[in-house]
Design a protein around this ligand. Structure first.
Ligand SMILES: [Zn+2]
Length: 327
């Protein structure tokens, strides 16, 4: 009960902080004529979070009444659109989208509009606005030099969103989608060992770790996207023993052991293809682990000393990864 009370107090203080911030933005706005619309739009967004949509809409109206086009007024339209979408007022949403299309939309408002549309289940319109937001990548992709990639980073988020809604719409992967997918594959978020222990969804059972099945470790490079870079130079036996050691350390202060998911490289690759682009490689791996958990293809760690070893070798645990001299 004490914890609950404390967490409610926390929520109340968060709301109070938002309220203070929103009022401060409103008070500051007149002092910054060039940014007034953007500041009022920001305040409107906070009032919407706080549930005061009347005030949010009024501030958006004020922002738009300052006249002028540009990012500030686009942000005000975005915030108004978000309130309308929240209330299912789709004809009002459509009117805001028409107004936004009437001028070139800046990348940031375009991206945020797309996110709102995606969140409210409008992938077709979200695709349109993600495409505006990553426009330079769509037209200049061939000319992006690796050394210059930083300049384009701001557009990659939007390209990720674009790939995501294209996949949701069942569209085939295009050149930009492929670039995004490869950039996930190049991430080196560890899957194995303690670093990839992902909480089992919901049911509070033991932590979950994935490992590349022994049978797949002999394949050259097929498993590389799954294994942290620093593990890649290890032989199969060293890799498995390193995991065993990591898990022993991890469980020293957490009784109950681990649930292990043996990952077969081909199953993972098939899963990744079916899912299509995901927000991140880490997310994709966690989704895959959850999927495998649901199908129940798991091993408990540590096994009984006389049971088969978790690594898939046809030896008892005590004579394989659990052998004392290997600890
Ligand atoms: Zn073993």
């Amino acid at each position: 009960m004490e914890i609950k009370a404390a967490s409610q107090a926390h929520i109340v203080s968060d709301a109070e902080r938002l309220r203070v911030e929103a009022r401060q933005l409103e008070a500051d706005a007149p002092a910054f004529p060039d940014d007034r619309a953007a500041i009022l739009a920001e305040a409107a967004s906070l009032w919407h979070c706080l549930g005061d949509d009347e005030r949010a809409l009024r501030l958006c109206g004020e922002a738009l009444a300052t006249g002028g086009a540009g990012e500030g007024s686009q942000l005000a339209r975005l915030r108004r659109l978000e309130v309308y979408a929240h209330h299912g007022q789709w004809s009002h949403v459509a009117a805001e989208l028409r107004a936004l299309r009437a001028e070139p939309v800046s990348p940031r408002p375009a991206h945020l509009v797309a996110e709102v549309l995606e969140r409210f289940g409008r992938p077709g319109e979200a695709l349109e606005f993600f495409s505006y937001a990553c426009g330079p990548l769509l037209t200049e992709l061939d000319r992006v030099e690796p050394a210059e990639a930083g300049k384009y980073l701001v557009y990659f988020d939007s390209a990720e969103g674009r790939a995501r809604v294209r996949a949701a719409l069942g569209m085939p992967e295009d050149e930009l989608d492929a670039v995004i997918r490869r950039s996930y594959e190049e991430e080196t978020v560890p899957l194995n060992g303690v670093d990839c222990v992902a909480p089992q969804p919901g049911d509070g059972k033991s932590p979950v770790a994935g490992f590349v099945a022994r049978a797949d470790l002999g394949r050259s490079h097929g498993w590389e996207p799954l294994v942290p870079a620093e593990f890649r130079s290890l032989g199969p036996q060293e890799y498995l023993l390193l995991l065993e050691g990591e898990w022993r350390v991890f469980t020293q202060c957490r009784p109950g052991g681990l649930t292990l998911v043996p990952v077969r490289v081909e199953e993972y690759q098939t899963f990744a293809r079916q899912v299509g682009p995901s927000p991140s490689a880490q997310r994709l791996r966690h989704d895959f682990l959850r999927e495998r958990l649901r199908s129940g293809d798991v091993v408990h760690w540590p096994p009984h000393r006389n049971a088969a070893c978790w690594c898939g070798a046809e030896r008892k645990y005590k004579k394989c990864c659990g052998a004392p001299h290997r600890a």
